[in-house]
Design a protein around this ligand. Sequence first.
Ligand code: GTP
Ligand code: SPV
Ligand code: MN
Length: 582
Amino acid sequence: MSTTNQALADWVKQVAELTQPDQIYWCDGSEAEDQKFNQMLLDDGSYKQLNSETHPNCYLHLSDSQDVARVEHLTFICTQKEVDAGPNNHWMDPAAAHDKIDALFAGCMKGRTMYVIPYCMGPIDSPIARCGVEITDSAYVVQNMRLMTRMGQAALSRIEQEGGFVKGLHSTGELDPNRRFIMHFPEELSIKSFGSGYGGNALLGKKCHALRIASYQAKTEGWLAEHMLILGIKTPAGKQHYVAAAFPSACGKTNLAMLIPPEGYLKDGWEISTVGDDICWMRPGEDGRLWAINPEAGFFGVAPGTAKETNPNALAMLYQDTIFTNVAETADGQPWWEGLDDRTPQTDWQGRPYDPANGPAAHPNSRFTVSAKRCPSYSAESESATGVPIDAIIFGGRRASLVPLVTEARSWDHGVLMGATVASETTAAATGAVGVVRRDPMAMKPFCGYHFGDYWGHWVGMKNQANKLPKVFTVNWFRKDEKGQFMWPGFGENMRVLEWIIGRCDNQLGANETAIGLLPSSQDINTKDLGMDLSVLDELLKVDKSAWKDEVTSVEGFLRNYGSRVPGELFRELKEIDDQLS
Ligand code: GTP
Ligand code: SPV
Ligand code: MN
């Protein structure tokens, strides 16, 4: 295979000269190719075949023990001007960054094959979709990209018609954490990643392209590239709604995207469908609404906690055609992780005999990779070229205290402030301490390819581009009581909050005005068959004024860190809250 796109052909040649692979292989995306790669990965020990009776065509990949998550301290945004990357990013001068990482790439593919992966983020025929090409020396990356994107011949044809594409160069190198960098060049629409084989560091279509590079393009071109799930909700009256929700990594997007409503809702005729679970690209349409696509074609989901009780839709996909990374294994070769069931695994995520003294059997950030088509709730609209119109945007995080179960913004600007100041406890999705509360604006702290001040300005400015913008909400499923127990049952029961959100969009349900926004009273939430003490729900819907006063002070300090690029609207909204609290 070769290409009529001269820029692509030249780039491939130039990369081969730098990295010196034994062979160059162009991925066509065919079924035969898929099988060939699986066999290759089995043969070289990168894959272990799981039980073919219970899990046909499923594979276990155990990574290097030091290569299990995103590495934010090694991730750089390399813009000409440092100020454009913003205090939210690590910055390196582009020329210095190229020199540094090219020195690592020099000769790194000797004895290896260089794979060229043309891919499309979004439905192949969608004007909202964008293409890229990833060059990698990892067949595991190829197999993940095959599931996560539309890759191969069709993507290459689109690239040949369109011309432009995002360039992503990747090598696993020696998996040495001291020789690892994830570099982004938004002004050049290119990415260079060295030394890691893990998801967000190595599947360059995902966070690197579809968020860091795309957020920069979106700002320039007037659209939004966001860390959001997209969920369809059909009411018993047959009205179809779509919501997009941004929660930080490992804070519940996949779970909400695949929610199965409580029995009573199903009886009444509510229907939930899944459009996407991690990334959302939105554009103002001619009708003044925001239209969204899921740029991905698969799910790279957190395994631990996935169970019949919590996320039956996810579990149902995982019995076939799935790659499992860093999970444990039972004696009969089935994948296993904490929370799945009460079996005891035989080997842990490092392939050792399981011993609880060594910690969890599955790594807390162990993942499954699976085609979205295997999801029972996958929406046919996911393939729509125009996307789906968004009625509500939801922001959330893990906050053990303070933040109520649900709050509606008074206005678009207030909603942007809510999104910009969301805080959440850190998780195992990135290396570093877990459980530390940090601000994670729009769940984009690790993923915004430019200065947060400019990003919030872009969000505020959307109101001049679209006159039927979604209503904005925040949610918090993660409040804890004095004993450290979750106060809200979460998962399928989150439907009760979605019902209120949809009711607000349709002007059918009530809300109380408070200093921090519009909140339901406990009677506004459908608690039929919930079996929960209503005083707990009251507690989840209370606004603690003195604690919120402290929050306002903290938020003000946080916004000030971003200097003069922060839009004045955010300070105005914050002052409004402060005034109302007094
Ligand atoms: P990324 O793929 O890293 O972006 O994560 P995500 O946002 O898709 O998170 P995911 O849905 O995979 O959930 C992460 C963890 O949170 C899992 O262990 C879930 O079981 C747990 N979780 C999800 N939703 C809820 C909820 O409503 N309540 C509680 N208590 N836990 C939840
Ligand atoms: C996340 O960390 O938000 C993920 C997994 O969705 S990764 O692909 O590693 O970014
Ligand atoms: Mn994510």
